[in-house]
Design a binder for this molecule. Sequence first.
Ligand code: FAQ
Length: 348
Amino acid sequence: MVADRRDTENLVIDALLYQNDRMYTQALDTPGSDADALDEQALELRFLARVDAEQKIEPKDWMPARYRNTLIRQISQHAHSEIVGMLPEGNWITRAPSLKRKAILIAKVQDEGGHGAYLYSAAETLGVSRDQLIDQLLSGKAKYSSIFNYPTPTWADVGAIGWLVDGAAIMNQIPLCRCSYGPYARAMVRVCREESFHQRQGYDLMLQLAQGTAEQKKMAQTALDRWWWPALMMFGPSDANSTHSAESTRWKIKRFSNDELRQKFVDFTVPQAEFLGLTIPDPLLRWNEPAQRYDFGPIDWSEFEQVLKGNGPCNAERLAARRDAHAQGAWVREAASAYAEKRKHHAG
Ligand code: FAQ
């Protein structure tokens, strides 16, 4: 029975993904055609001057190999996060408590699939294929956001994800709309608009629960207890341990540090929790008047490291679900390729 439900959910998720793929796949430019006589150093100086002048770097422009690799790494991790991120909430599509909530949830999960497809396309402009990236995810080589390795045992977890996870995602992604790489920056504009809507629907769900029966309010509180600390970890390691920040900041991929964004998120979210009448699970949380920000307790980085190593509560389940879905979707990919071949044949 459980297996049947999961199969149905995987099929729904893959159908949504496939539909989004068709909508968002775009023609690609191949990099590296900017072959002029300048040597590498001069090219790099020109590249840095363009970044400093806030000009967008486009796929056909010359770029340092490390910049290209950093972007492939970050954009593909981001794409994988969106796709794996469909699973925790997708778990509730068949059990949403009303038709309206079900329709909202299907649309939200479909949006996340669209973001993934959109981001894979942005990564492909850097000269890597979607198949390569998906292989890296399914083989367990690629990272995706730590947050999606946590379970969603109650309906309130769907609300907590919208409120906190999409909320953290927006905080991190709004500055990415100004990222120096054009295709990523442009993708982020659309993604942020949708994430903002997701955050509101999550908050609305939490508000209904918080204003509901004592049992519903307790369910909302327990979900907040579960998601608060993992949401803070989404922003990545502390600045002192962030290996990529220096270069990514120099290249204007990153505009704020991990700790700066985490702090903004806390400052933004604590009043929202107060409005809900819920308690942030942090006894050290205090308003710091002189600094005009909330001070918060220490993050358990050993938990973050364990999740990154594959030992989080749901890492194995998430990867297994993606592998199954990929295998079950093979016939769809084959049918689409056969159809494309047929059309090519007719056109020729
Ligand atoms: N989880 O040097 P840094 C969403 C890794 S989308 C796992 O600071 P960086 C939408 C990092 O990759 C959520 N790994 O790295 C949604 C690196 O490892 P590597 C995803 C993490 O790149 C909502 C190492 O630690 N968002 O939620 C994490 O400068 C609801 C060192 O870290 C994005 O991907 C983590 N949390 O900064 C979907 C946004 N943090 O590659 C469904 C774009 C760090 O050397 C439902 N990405 N690591 O092996 C970014 O802004 C950056 O990549 C950071 C990390 C800020 C995540």
